[in-house]
Design a protein around this ligand. Structure first.
Ligand code: G3I
Length: 548
């Protein structure tokens, strides 16, 4: 659509002109791929794998990969490209080579709207093309939820895609004959059946000087700059345990770099709740939790309590409890009240309930708490905590909130209910990520869900897998840098949160060799900011660079 394209260009021009006077002058060169009106370099090369039906392209089963469908543009339209059914894939095989441009410089930009079906969820996935080396898939993903159907311009940095390529071509140049496909898929389980997405005006954009503002692999951070000094308006936290806070090699780094701690395990129910006496009074063991609380207090650190109620930390006595549901609930009330009161004024915030929503659904996770206390058990737990200490900040904490659109929906429904009753202060996005997933845009969209609601935000358990598929035996330079870049993106997104909503960014452990990831997944991994010798990694530099 030419009109739209022109309007958009005018909008782009204004910031470009403005930028021309700033230190990081940025110029743009735009290669129109197609405007679907006959302009651009692609239309004649687009292949059709399906039929154009009433609502757009119909799926062709023989070419389906099960998740998205192998369909491509076929024909002209003055309304943009309208897609229904379960999604489409279009082939992006520009004839231009942009040699000499770093991957960081090149963006895919397209206009998208939800074609009259508000609430449509669109996933865009870049996959390696038929001509490239690796045939990897889902190396990049952008997800957005639209509440209105106005056109919106998306811009995707192809650097996020670049790591799908082999070491020969991923760093220095990008050859667009090797960018294979861009998939646009609609989750068929959501919303009306005739979900529609329109996209238009696909462009490749080369931005000069863009890398000057991004992560720089060769910058070494001076010794005197620490994580906590770099972060000016939020806490930088680390997950700790009682043995390590006692060990000076660890504790000296904790106190040098961090100003907040979370107990990795010591304040979970299983660590504290040791039994029930004959009057159904809980028998407590405070040894481990007290060690953490004392360390925070002695070193003037913020202390985040993790976690009062979690389906993975239930003491045996509760798992095997034979009493009534009312008795079970009273025990949970007793537990939350006692723990929160004991640490009143010492613990600054609590994860009241951890991971209550099931993966890829909007539903509550099946758990003993759900079974015994009913579908409003989360609210009950927050009420117990609020009553015990009305000053301590209360958080709902979960993983996958960074990218799982269904879980986001379920979690934020729950959170909205708690917020209406003034029972919650913040959201914890755990941030157990991969070196190549999810994209910065996806993280930004996820974070906005809490920002829009005015909630405090905790990136509560950051670690970044460098070997999620177990295909390397050592931390390669490529993965090391990719991880650093992902850290840079995470911290940039966090740093952009309005100051009054920033709480803390916590990393889930200090050193690579102490992370939960290797024992859990069975592959060697290097997911943290420090190596096994307490040495700062590139990921550390990525963290600090994002704050400069
Ligand atoms: O302490 C015992 C030790 O005595 C025993 O010899 C050893 C044998 O396996 O187990 C040790 O306990 C382990 C404990 O970590 C301490 O290392 C448990 O088996 C193990 O299950 C436990 O894993 C923890 C896991 O939560 C379950 O509680 C991880 O350290 C911890 O990083 C992980 O953290 C969770 C967050 O709480 C919530 N979000 C996800 C995150 C990762 O799973």
């Amino acid at each position: 659509m030419n009109f739209l394209l022109n309007t958009k260009k005018a909008i782009i021009l204004i910031p470009s002109l403005f930028c021309a006077f700033s230190i990081f002058a940025q110029t743009e060169e735009v290669f129109l791929v197609t405007d679907f009106d006959g302009g651009g370099i692609l239309p004649s090369t687009w292949e059709s794998f399906g039929d154009l039906g009433l609502y757009g392209v119909q799926r062709n089963n023989s070419l389906s990969d099960g998740k998205y469908y192998e369909l491509a543009w076929n024909g002209t339209s003055d309304k943009g490209y309208i897609v229904s059914q379960s999604g489409i894939t279009f082939r992006l095989i520009p004839k231009k080579k942009l040699k000499g441009k770093t991957i960081d410089n090149v963006f895919l930009r397209l206009d998208v709207n939800c074609g009259g079906a508000p609430g449509t969820v669109v996933n865009i996935v870049l996959v390696d093309g038929p001509n490239d080396c690796c045939k990897n898939e889902v190396n990049w993903q952008y997800t957005f939820t639209k509440d209105t159907c106005e056109w919106e311009t998306l811009e995707i940095n192809l650097a996020d895609f670049g790591y799908a390529y082999g070491s020969n071509n991923h760093e220095k140049t990008i050859d667009f004959t090797k960018v294979g496909r861009v998939k646009i898929g609609i989750n068929p389980e959501q919303g009306p059946k005739k979900q529609v997405v329109q996209f238009d005006n696909v462009e490749l954009v080369v931005k000069e000087n863009v890398t000057a503002q991004g992560y720089q692999p060769n910058i070494v951070i001076p010794e005197s700059t620490t994580l906590k000094t770099a972060a000016k308006d939020f806490f930088v936290g680390v997950a700790v345990n009682p043995e390590r806070v006692r060990a000076t090699d660890h504790s000296s780094v904790y106190t040098r770099e961090f100003n907040s701690i979370t107990a990795e395990n010591a304040m979970k129910m299983k660590s504290i709740f040791k039994g029930l006496d004959e009057n159904m009074k809980i028998i407590y063991d405070w040894t481990q939790s007290d060690a953490i609380v004392d360390f925070a207090e002695n070193n003037g650190m913020n202390l985040h309590g993790h976690a009062l109620v979690w389906h993975e930390s239930i003491p045996d006595v509760l798992e095997n409890f034979k009493g009534t549901n009312a008795q079970f609930e009273a025990i949970i009330g007793q537990y939350i009240t006692t723990v929160v009161k004991r640490y009143k004024g010492k613990v600054d915030s609590w994860d009241v309930v951890n991971e209550a929503i099931a993966d890829n659904t909007t539903k509550m996770r099946e758990s003993l708490f759900l079974e015994r206390m009913g579908s409003n058990y989360v609210e009950k737990c927050f009420e117990f905590a609020r009553k015990a200490d009305n000053k301590v900040k209360l958080f709902y904490n979960d993983y996958g909130l960074e990218h799982d659109v269904q879980k986001q929906k379920g979690a934020f429904e729950l959170i909205d209910g708690l917020k209406n009753k003034n029972l919650i202060d913040g959201v914890g996005y755990q941030m157990h990520l991969d070196y190549n997933f999810p994209s910065k845009a996806t993280l930004q969209t996820a974070t906005n869900l809490a920002v829009d609601r005015g909630l405090l935000i905790h990136f509560s358990e950051l670690d970044i897998k460098t070997n999620p598929k177990g295909d390397v035996n050592e931390l390669t330079e490529q993965r090391n840098q990719a991880q650093a870049k992902k850290v840079y993106e995470v911290v940039s997104v966090y740093n952009n949160i309005p100051e009054n909503l920033k709480y803390a960014l916590t990393v889930w452990g200090l050193k690579d060799d102490e992370s939960w990831i290797t024992p859990r997944y069975g592959f060697p991994d290097w997911p943290l900011l420090f190596d096994a010798n307490f040495k700062r990694k590139k990921a550390f530099s990525g963290f600090v660079q994002a704050l400069e």
